[in-house]
Design a protein around this ligand. Sequence first.
Ligand code: SF4
Length: 265
Amino acid sequence: MTKAPDTATTPPRKRLFVTLMGVTCLIVVAVIFLAWWIPNRGLANIHPNLPHVVGIIVVALSGAAILGTGLLVLTTALGKDIFLTRFMRLVVIKFLLPVIEFVGRVIGLDKDRIRQSFIAMNNSLVMSQRMRIKPDRILVLLPHCIQLSDCEIKVTGDIHKCVQCGRCSIKGLVDIGRKYAIDISVATGGTLARKVIVEKRPKLVLAVACERDLTSGIKDCYPLPVIGILNERPFGPCFNTVVDVSKIDEALNQVLEQEKPVDAR
Ligand code: SF4
């Protein structure tokens, strides 16, 4: 079987998203300034103080854009919930991402690179909230292409049917599920994934998928926090994909509620 180039093995970079955020912030400030400056000459004809009032609003909006960008960069750099992280996630997911995707398209950047960067930024924001969640309120969601295509057992619906032959990543994931007593579901598409989330009502989802599915999943699930882990696609998209199980282990360690030490007395 010929190996297709794998885009997911390169670690996702927050830096690209941060740079694009900076560029977007400058564009927004320039647009705000022009929106004030152009009609400014006519405003004085309505009332002599109007240019000053509108000027103050423009400065406040520009300041909010610059401060917001700075706060986002600082939150992800320090990995701490400094201020309004949940609100910032909303801004990034609902408003910044579409604008950044547009800016990226205009300057000819690869869509998947922007999405990788967005996923890394989203993960940073979720982690910076330093949540500690009980195992039964965490859901690990996998795409069905992670299972070997010629495996005769169907693990969709119940991953524990896997007999752990070790030919695909499902084996390691069953081990992780048992180790942490975590619910792991395999979804055959977005509709089933949404249904599983509605049924299980998790407080956090750890999802494995490609750039496109993770990006849309993170958007659709808001305000539910989602940590995205990219799958590797050595044989091309949606076929015998692989996930680095240690990344899931690492992410779970950061969000799972720590067991209280048993009192020795
Ligand atoms: S580990 Fe083996 S038994 Fe389990 S799903 Fe993969 S191929 Fe099938």
